[in-house]
Structure formats: C-alpha cells, structure tokens
Design a protein around this ligand. Sequence first.
Ligand SMILES: [Zn+2]
Length: 254
Amino acid sequence: MIQSFDSLLQMMEAFPDEQTCIDHLTAIRWKNGAYCSHCGGTTVYHFSDKRTHKCGDCRQRFSIKVGTIFEDTKLPLRKWFIAIWLIASHKKGIASTQLAKDLKITQKSAWFVLHRLRYASRTQSFQAPLEGDVEVDETYVGGKAKNKHGGKSGKGSGVAGKAAVVGAVERGGSVVAKVVEHVNTETLEEFVDNTVSATVASISTDEHSAYRRLSMKYAHGVVHDTNKVFVDGNTHTQTIDGHWSQLKRQIIGI
Ligand SMILES: [Zn+2]
C-alpha cells in the first residue's frame, strides 16, 4: 500500500492523474474497510464516478477527502502529493513562496498546504483538525466502569480489563477517538493538541482535573455534572455522550 519513490518524476508517473491519487488515498484510508466520514457508519454506497460515496446510515454524500487535511480546498490531490514530496525532500524546510511557485498556486494556498502538512506529520495521520465547537470526553469500553476517573490520581488504572478511550467531536462534524493508556493531564492534553485546530471556537469538557489546563490555550467550558448542571449555554458534552452510547451499543451488539 505504501509506495516509495526515488524521484519526483517517478512519483508523478505513478500518479498520472487525479483519479489515481483518489484511489491511493482511498486505499490508505479504507485499508480496514469503507466507513462514512460523517458518522463512521460502515454501510457505504459507491457512485460510478469513482469519487462520490453515500452513507447508508446518515444518508450523506461525501468524498474520500472529507474529514482529512485535504478537505476545504479546491486544490487537486496531485498537487498535495507533490507538496508532500517537496516538503519531505527539503529537510531544512521550504518557504511558502517557493512552494507557491513550484505548484503554481497562490501563496495563501501554499501557506495553508504547509500548515496542514506540518500538522499531518506531527499527528502521523491525514485526519483534519477539528474546528468550531468541540466536545472532549473519555470513557471506558469493555465493561462497567465503576469509577470513571480512576481515583484522585487521574489515572485509569482503577478500571481493570477495560480500555480507556478519549474522544473529541466537532459539533456537526467528525469524531476522533483514541485508545489511551492513561487519562492523565499529559495524555489528554496531547490528544487535544493533536486533534483540534489552534483556532477552535470552543472546547467543552467535564470537570475532570486533567482538562483544567486547557483553559490556558483554548476557550474552555466546563460542564459541572456534580451540580447537575449539564448544559450551560454553549458548554455541554451531549454530542460526545451520544457517540459514546452509540459506540457501546455497537460493541454490545457485536
Ligand atoms: Zn454516515
């Protein structure tokens, strides 16, 4: 699946047009099977244009670029692939002015491409950063979690035999979830930094102490479940709560 090339020419021959690039990205993203970029549903219908898909669950149409760093731009994937090549071969970094010239794109686009590719190399994924209003929460999967936050230490060790999962959802957008070893400040903060955009509008979490430092970097709203105040204006975690119950129903179903 992962191909390597000795030269830019060789790479461009391997990807002679937009469709070969789309097919390659599709093969990487769906190596474990097709899924919906909006809801994660696995009933996916494919259109004959070879680039449009429709979800059997949420009924939305999408392309393979939805939810990735390649979304939100009219730039063809082929130019993105060339940009990846150029950035990888300029070890000391490439200026956006140079990238703009090489790709025949505006400097504004080049700046955007550089930012997105730096983000992708940091997170080792093509997943786009979440924007807008984001909710972050953790849960335990694989049984009954008696003490969600595993005691005062904030570590997940109190929940034997269960996997700790941290997730973030952009309201009206995609969900990102990750299995983590601990639910401490370091792990959760790293997850948030690698998942949401630096320009995110707001982040809602519960009052778990590991989230406390998010207020230093983001517009951070805290839901106080202990006071039974679950919705406070824009601050709530109802979207991610919904995703967790859906996830758990699916696991029980399997
Ligand atoms: Zn869907």
